[in-house]
Each structure stands twice: as C-alpha cells, then as structure tokens.
Design a binder for this molecule. Structure first.
Ligand SMILES: [Zn+2]
Length: 133
C-alpha cells in the first residue's frame, strides 16, 4: 500500500510539527483512496488538546468539524497524522490501541529523525510506503 502527497503538503506537516515542538502535533489527511493507493488532497491541521510531548488527542468538536469539512469537499478522511518530537516514527502502544478504532493510514513524523513513516493496522501492523510528488 502507498500514500501519495505533494512536496508542499509534506512541508505543511513538517511546519506544523515544528511549530508544536516540544509537543506532539496532529492533523487529519483528506483525500481519495482504495486498498492500494491513498492520495492526500487536503490537510486539516488540528490542535493537540493534551499539549503533551508523548501523546495527542483531537477534541470531538474538532473531529466533527474535520469530518464535516471532508464531506463538504467530497473527500474521505484517509489518514491521521501526528508527530513524535523525541522518538522514532513508530507507533507507540497507545497509537496502536487507537489504530484499532481508526483503520486509516497513520502517518508519523519524527522531529528527532526528520523523517516520515506511515502505517496501517490490518491483522498486524503494516508499513505503508510514502510517495512524494
Ligand atoms: Zn504516536
């Protein structure tokens, strides 16, 4: 499986992660996709309610707003982005628990390594390749 995003979208996510440092940042990724390829069309920057360096939570109000906005734009929420300011771009145990309830692509940016990785939870954790166009 592959997720496709533009250089500019990548820049928006990196900027979001850097401006929230030392805390985690989060966003919803809107786009279109099937079981093979997801293409990011728009990014909904969200606030990390927890203001924590090791966790993130998007408020229900903001999630509702995000899903509504995606619907208006005739897009799906194809992914959830968050950053790991101080660790690798690998899902934490908490992330994995939330991935069960949110079976979309999870994209993680590591400020520490300056790298993106993406995953989806199927029967096990599967890495999703990232294509920058
Ligand atoms: Zn995480």
């Amino acid at each position: 499986m592959e997720i496709v995003l533009t250089k500019n979208q990548k820049k928006v996510l990196v900027n979001h992660a850097q401006s929230n440092f030392p805390n985690e940042s989060c966003a919803l990724l809107f786009g279109i996709g099937d079981s093979k390829t997801c293409t990011v069309k728009d990014i909904f920057l969200a606030e990390n309610m927890e203001k924590s360096p090791i966790n993130f939570t998007i408020s229900n109000e903001e999630l509702l707003k995000g899903y509504k906005e995606a619907e208006q734009k005739k897009l799906d929420v194809i992914g959830i982005f968050h950053s790991h300011p101080h660790s690798e771009a690998v899902p934490s145990l908490t992330d994995k628990e939330f991935m069960v309830g949110n079976p979309v692509v999870w994209m993680i940016f590591s400020n520490k390594r300056d790298e993106f990785k993406a995953y989806i939870l199927e029967s096990s954790l599967v890495q999703v390749s990232i294509k920058i166009i």
